[in-house]
Design a protein around this ligand. Structure first.
Ligand code: DPM
Length: 348
């Protein structure tokens, strides 16, 4: 009988000695996300001691470089991220060891209290909508030409305060998932359906980043993987990687997995949404015929994800679906649309 991964961190006397260190940013959302993963690990591995390390200003800076230069994983064992903030390829030596069940991936409208009862469609001409997401602005400008879009920055608390305390914005657009995690569901006045605004790659899913060679931790967190979310997100991330889009390009997706069919819709936009390319493709996955692979193989990563316990050929199908869809859009001029968008945005 497999006693579970934590047996591997018992010392010679049989006592569990390992302390797992979890790094976190200081924002309320980061703390909530980290705490939710810590609670799950504590439930699965009650013998393990978890230590949450709030990163100081310097640590925050380290975390903010998205692991591009210095990694907090040199001082902690795992870091919890919003998957959508993680690049499609991680620096060598790091991997996403778990992707958890996705929250609602859609974007949501949060209205200024004085606009209660309105929707984006009914807000008056030239109402100002706050978002710094090129993806959201591009789609919504096209769909709701009567609205004006303005940047809004800062963490979720800051943004909500900027909305409520002043008259600068009629509404702001945020991910429903973040709002829910903050306990601010009541502020969601409208969920944006794909016809209005498709979501970002990985939006709504939490990811656990670990050292790629730390097999103990990899084993331990691998049970947190949610299969359907993993397959959808591998397809989405492969789409973004093949387009060579970073986290700040007007690229949007929509994915679904039902009856062993994985559907991916992907789109690229010019900054004002006037130019766009959108297509849907699907792939057939194994209908429960998979068998579980025995051990975590730290060598196998797909778009930065290690998921040894999920049937490899299905992950390959998902990855091919994403890259295939991107290639189709590239053949129709997606790279050119994104290059212009990038240039204009850099020049702003
Ligand atoms: C990325 C984007 C934004 C975040 C770009 C995008 C939104 C930036 C903005 C890549 N990361 O979505 O097109 O509105 O100016 C972010 C949020 C969450 C993770 C907040 C949000 C929480 C939701 C989740 C910021 N990253 O999008 O409202 O876990 O997906």
């Amino acid at each position: 009988m497999d006693q579970g991964p934590y047996k591997t961190i018992r010392d010679v006397s049989g006592k569990v000695s390992r302390v797992i260190r979890i790094g976190t940013r200081k924002s309320q959302l980061a703390r909530i996300q980290t705490d939710s993963i810590a609670a799950k690990l504590k439930e699965l591995y009650p013998e393990v001691t978890l230590e949450i390390i709030g990163m100081t200003t310097t640590g925050d800076k380290i975390l903010d470089t998205a692991l591009s230069k210095v990694s907090p994983l040199l001082i902690v064992d795992l870091v919890v991220h919003s998957l959508k903030d993680l690049p499609t390829s991680l620096p060598p030596g790091f991997t996403i060891g778990a992707i958890l069940k996705r929250e609602n991936p859609h974007d949501a409208v949060v209205l200024h209290p004085q606009n209660a009862g309105q929707t984006l469609a009914t807000l008056p001409q030239n109402s100002v909508i706050g978002t710094s997401s090129l993806r959201r602005a591009a789609q919504l400008k096209k769909r709701f030409p009567h609205l004006d879009f303005k940047d809004i920055r800062g963490n979720l608390n800051t943004r909500l305060k900027k909305l409520d305390d002043k008259e600068d914005y009629s509404a702001i657009i945020l991910a429903a998932a973040g709002l829910k995690r903050m306990g601010w569901d009541a502020r969601i006045s409208q969920i944006l359906e794909p016809e209005d605004c498709m979501y970002a790659v990985g939006q709504g899913a939490l990811a656990v980043e670990v050292r790629a060679r730390d097999t103990e931790i990899l084993e331990m967190v691998s049970v947190l993987h949610h299969k359907d979310t993993v397959l959808r997100c591998i397809a989405e991330r492969a789409f973004l990687r093949t387009l060579e889009g970073g986290c700040s390009v007007p690229v949007a997706v929509h994915s679904e997995l039902k009856d062993s069919q994985l559907y991916l819709t992907g789109a690229v936009y010019s900054l004002d949404g006037s130019d766009s390319l959108k297509e849907t493709m699907q792939a057939t996955l194994s209908a429960g015929a998979e068998r579980v692979e025995e051990r975590v193989d730290e060598q196998v990563q797909r778009v930065g994800v290690t998921a040894a316990k999920i049937w490899g050929p299905d992950q390959d199908s998902a990855e091919r679906l994403g890259s295939g869809l991107a290639e189709l859009l590239i053949s129709r001029g997606a790279r050119e649309i994104l290059a212009v968008a990038r240039q204009l945005n850099d020049a702003r």
